[in-house]
Design a protein around this ligand. Structure first.
Ligand SMILES: [Zn+2]
Length: 206
């Protein structure tokens, strides 16, 4: 009697193992076809995953500009305003063509997809009163304090070591962190940063 029951248990275990293997096989089969489907949208020559293009400035990057970069510059007497933020690929093409196939001065060195404006990780700024006639080296130091990188005089971006191809492939840099919690408090309370605040936050001194 006992021997018979033991045999039945083994049969149950065998059935469970076979069912589990079948279920695993079905999942792998479905996953294979599901993953194969995606790139076919752009034809068989594209083998990597299709990444949806960025449609707006990155919120974390913008927050860093608004709560650190602009207010710190303001405390040092620079009334910076953003002249350009996110650009779609079409807008970038227009900007790139200016001075090349279209009339006007050359304003950008980057064709569509080659500017961090296209991924929402760049802003251009100017001084509200003095235009471009300001100390850009100082502005660069303020930007660096906020974790931003000055690519040329009025252009500030955040790539944190990533190359443009990585942005194009959908990789994004790790989120920025404010150098000082006080900055968020001041911004939320609609208060300006004072020079004393900046000293407490370890900002560069001029
Ligand atoms: Zn720019």
């Amino acid at each position: 009697m006992a021997a018979k029951r033991k045999k039945t248990n083994w049969q149950y275990i065998l059935i469970v193992v076979i069912l589990a293997a079948l279920a695993g096989g079905i999942i792998l089969f479905l996953e294979y076809f599901w993953l194969q489907d995606e790139p076919s949208v752009l034809g068989p020559s594209i083998t990597h995953r299709v990444i949806a293009p960025a449609t707006a400035i990155d919120p974390n990057f913008l927050n860093q500009v608004k709560e650190c970069f602009l207010p710190t510059a303001a405390a040092y007497g620079y009334a910076l305003r953003i002249t350009d933020g996110f650009r779609s690929l079409d807008e970038q093409e227009e900007v790139y063509n200016q001075g090349r196939t279209e009339d006007g001065h050359i304003v950008s060195w980057a064709p569509a997809g080659r500017s961090l404006h296209n991924y929402g990780f760049a802003v251009d700024v100017t001084d509200r009163w003095r235009g471009y006639n300001i100390n850009w080296k100082r502005i660069g130091k303020i930007a660096a304090f906020c974790g931003l990188e000055q690519a040329d005089d009025p252009h500030f971006e955040y790539r944190n070591g990533l190359v443009t191809d990585q942005f194009a492939a959908g990789t994004r840099p790790t989120p920025l962190i404010l150098p000082c919690a006080l900055m968020d408090e001041r911004a939320k309370a609609n208060q300006s940063l004072t020079l004393k605040d900046l000293k407490n936050c370890g900002a560069p001194k001029f």
